[in-house]
Design a protein around this ligand. Structure first.
Ligand SMILES: CNc1nc2cc3c(=O)[nH]c(N)nc3c(CCN)c2[nH]1
Length: 376
């Protein structure tokens, strides 16, 4: 997998690049829609390509392992063949999902035991096991098995957790480097930096991860409730240590403001459930600001959802109509709102990319953030 940096912003750490995989090219900065169980919720593959202009989507080891399960995915020839998405896929390694979904998890040196949130069955995820699972899913980019350190936590816990994540990373690398890709195209492994919000731990973790010299690196353990300022300080610290010629993926982030700030700090890849989750609750991100479409004020506003954004749903349907659908709990409402928010997120990173190329990203960022985060 190759990463080529194209433009850099003179007044910040922002840069644009192209990530080439066996399933095609990714232009960075990029937002990756989350397709947890093999689908981006309520969105067709064709809409993801033609309206959202998504370039890479996420899958989750935890969900796909439990359902549809490895034998179905293997028989299908991997997730790309199963859901028809023939562009790049990144899969998260399951640690975070076990942490956030299964309240019966136990963390041991060997791995994490948990009960399925679906049927209560008992399972264990080990570094080796999740490498094998991600080989079977067939993601172009696989994530190392880590513990997302909870926030806040004592220094001692953060260090112990980080050190275990480092030992698990060594086991992931050994397993990954000694097992073949299953479906004829290359896969790559990204390690994940932890260390909570402790400066020295974050430095240690970033150095350990950089030493592995992998083709891309991720920053984990953020967007877990810490103040935004803590997030930004941590990103700045870690990005000063991670190699600048490799893509940097900030996991689970975030709002439009977080994303623009992190791009200025040198982050290239993002994923977040916010666009799709907020959409299902009627909270829309638009080029004019944030709209809660269920609000009375949109009752007879027949203007398009987001004229400036372009794309089918945003220009074809009115605010009043979408409000009606959401209040009626019509499935179409979730579909339209999800398309709006995902198209917006891809639009946002594309705008950032153009501003970086134009050399005025830092100036543009401030005014754009203010406009996009205002509540209409
Ligand atoms: C929403 N906030 C958030 N923080 C994360 C941290 C990790 C993290 O530290 N490790 C892993 N493996 N995943 C994370 C995720 C899931 C990303 N799709 C996170 N999401």
């Amino acid at each position: 997998m190759q990463f080529t940096i194209q433009a850099t912003d003179p007044e910040s750490k922002a840069r644009t690049g192209v990530l080439s995989t066996d399933h095609g090219l990714i232009e960075t900065p990029i937002f990756m829609p989350v397709g947890t169980a093999g689908t981006v919720k309520a969105v067709h593959q064709r809409e993801l390509v033609e309206d959202v202009r998504a370039e890479i989507i996420l899958g989750n080891t935890y969900h796909l392992y439990l359902r549809p399960g490895l034998s179905v995915l293997e028989k299908a020839g991997g997730l790309h063949r199963f859901n028809g998405w023939n562009r790049p896929i990144l899969t998260d390694s399951g640690g975070y999902q076990v942490y956030s979904l299964s309240n019966t998890r136990k963390i041991k040196e060997d791995g994490v035991t948990f009960k399925s949130h679906i049927d209560g069955s008992k399972h264990i995820f080990t570094p080796e096991g999740v490498m094998d699972i991600q080989r079977t899913i067939g993601a172009d980019i696989m994530m190392a098995f880590d513990e997302c350190t909870p926030y806040p936590c004592e220094y001692g816990y953060a260090r112990t957790s980080m050190e275990m994540t480092h030992r698990w990373l060594t086991r992931c690398i050994e397993r990954f480097d000694s097992t073949p890709a299953k479906y004829g195209y290359q896969q790559t492994l990204f390690p994940i930096v932890q260390g909570s919000t402790y400066k020295d731990l974050r430095q240690q973790s970033a150095e350990f991860v950089a030493e592995q010299q992998r083709e891309g690196n991720a920053i984990g353990g953020l967007a877990v409730g810490e103040p935004a300022e803590e997030m930004y300080k941590t990103i700045e610290l870690v990005n000063a240590i991670l190699p600048s010629d490799k893509p940097r993926y900030l996991m689970g982030v975030g709002t439009p403001e977080n994303i623009l700030e992190a791009i200025a700090l040198g982050v290239d890849m993002f994923d977040c459930v916010m666009p799709t989750r907020n959409a299902r609750h009627g909270v829309l991100f638009t080029t004019q600001g944030i709209i809660n479409i269920k609000n009375e004020r949109w009752k007879d506003d027949f203007s398009p959802i987001d004229e400036e954004l372009g794309g089918y749903a945003s220009t074809f349907y009115s605010k009043a109509y979408l409000r009606h659908l959401m209040r009626s709990e019509e499935i179409l409402g979730a579909q339209i709102a999800s398309l709006q928010n995902l198209t917006f997120y891809l639009w946002l990173v594309k705008q950032a990319r153009q501003q970086i190329i134009g050399g005025n990203f830092a100036k543009w960022k401030g005014a754009m953030t203010k406009k996009l985060m205002q509540r209409l």
